[in-house]
Ligand binder design. Structure first.
Ligand SMILES: [Zn+2]
Length: 144
């Protein structure tokens, strides 16, 4: 009798676990190999879902004369991103998946007046590149 009850309980637990929406349990197992290939041994990720990306260059045109990031580090095109620090903690390692399938790993070291909520500003090498990249819907993962 007791084992039958246990089996029913286990079954119910399985059903409950399986019905949890995928995005809340994103981990190495549930995202593409492209994303996990950017992780070091022992690292895992949490999905934050969809954000809107814009792009900025280190020049005065985009960065208003600031020469460093909000954390006081140097702006590194292809590595530095600006975030809303109430959403993504400064210093976080962040993986972005672009609509064209490209994935890249960044560090959240900067902030910006217009970067609020589900917005990320990606530092790129030139103003022309920033213009070319435009605005994109991206998938965001935090490395933990
Ligand atoms: Zn610029």
């Amino acid at each position: 009798m007791k084992s039958k009850f246990l089996a029913a309980w286990m079954l119910m637990l399985c059903i409950l676990t399986a019905s949890v929406p995928l995005h809340t349990q994103a981990s190495k197992k549930t995202v593409s190999k492209k994303v996990t290939s950017l992780l070091d041994a022992g690292e895992d990720i949490t999905s934050l879902g969809e954000f809107e990306a814009t792009f900025y260059c280190p020049g005065h045109c985009c960065n208003g004369g600031y020469t460093g990031t909000a954390l006081g580090t140097a702006l590194k095109p292809g590595k530095t991103i600006a975030v809303d620090k109430s959403i993504i903690k400064l210093g976080s390692e962040v993986i972005i998946k672009y609509p064209n399938g490209k994935v890249a790993r960044y560090r959240a070291e900067d902030t910006g007046g217009a970067i609020r909520g589900r917005r990320i500003d990606v530092c790129v090498a030139s103003h022309a590149e920033a213009n070319r990249m435009g605005r994109q819907k991206i998938q965001v993962y935090i490395v933990k």
